[in-house]
Design a binder for this molecule. Sequence first.
Ligand code: UGA
Length: 458
Amino acid sequence: MRLTVIGTGYLGAVHAACMAEIGHDVLGIDVDARRIKALAEGRAPFFEPGLDEVLARNVASGRLRFTTCLREAAGFSELHFVCVGTPQHGDSPAADLSHVDAVIDGLALHLRQDALVVGKSTVPVGTAERLTARLAAHVPTGIKAEVAWNPEFLRQGLAVHDTLRPDRLVAGVTTARADAVLRAVYAPMLTAGVPYISTDPATAELVKMAANSFLATKISFINAMAEVCDTVGADVVTLADAIGHDPRIGRRFLSAGLGFGGGCLPKDLRAFAARAQELGVDHAVSFLRQVDEINLHQRWRTVTAARDLVGGDLVGHRIAVLGATFKPDSDDVRDSPSLTVAAELHRQGAEVRVHDPQGIENARTALPGPHYEDEVSEACRDADAVLHLTEWSEYRSLDPDALAALVHTPALLDARNSLDTGRWVSAGWNVRALGRPATAPYPDFRKPSVTTPRTWQP
Ligand code: UGA
């Protein structure tokens, strides 16, 4: 099938490449000429494991091409996937839909044939209905344009895998024709047994919001438990393991620590709550505000723990920050908890040295203040404390003995609860974590030196 993918960010570039990979003839479109140039050369303009190979293979085969011209896209196919960003609005918690609206207006202007426009971006419920009216008002007379919604559930870092082998496909459609087109697009997945849920656009839009809200709620739940654990000297990791054995609860997304960030969960929570307010059902999802608040509070708890680790005052202390991205296997620093913590440590007078395997360039642009180091050893040299903030696998294989010889004081805060802290303690490190008892004598984290506010202004 011929199809276009409009918007080639973390979502669209992967969707375009994977649609070509399963045999479609794909044209990717973006307003960013530099991004399009890289993609047209078969290179991902960001770090996503496995994407370069899929891009290169399909660009070389001619099945995958890229352009900045929306008019070319309108003429290329009758099927258009919309994958542009829906970030948080600059001055409110709601989603900013200006990119989606601009695509619809641009397509409407150039359409010379009937079209099925399939949204994949995460949007507030009711968007497909609104866009249907917007499109109808602008397309030339005689042209029929339909809108469907097909939310995406891929995880950054695993995006190629998740797109080629999704857990489920959800199609929000208003006609049998649109349903048939989407079934044909995803035929290889359907043949492989991937569940396909056909529903109305409003339900499809809500499925995505509900999924991300549920995942965020799970993380904030375990982080709330971590705070209770800190008060009584209990261990949140054991608690998560124990409750996670119950298949009704499950262990996944129950890793306590610094909390969630990125370009999706935080802004989707806020957008969902904002949309619910517009719809007059604010009360139904008011708990999402608390989920957000618990999450942001983890950043403050981490700063407090770091400050306690160096004796109660950060001024003049050298702090090594391991990890800048919002999660491992990504270079994305959007709403990164690690960077928020680094920024606050820097603001409070610490000399912050940040290492990240892939995210340094983006981090330096987003947060110019700290020093950025290409080597873990340089970030840790003469440090008064080492903070483990993003759980890259390479940090798990660090040698605590070798690092102990480099730092000024062997003090570690594992804010992701994912290091083998026993090894660090054996190497003489004073180890702290969030929601776990201290593994070396140290000023008691249960009694933070400063009363912490419940909210955090990122
Ligand atoms: C998330 C969803 O998981 C995807 O299903 C969805 O498609 C995507 O948003 C989206 O809306 O586009 P992603 O943002 O890639 O995917 O990241 P996650 O793997 O969900 O992790 C989000 C954050 O939660 C990270 O900062 C991670 O460190 C944190 N996290 C995750 C925890 O703090 N604890 C956990 O147990 C799991």
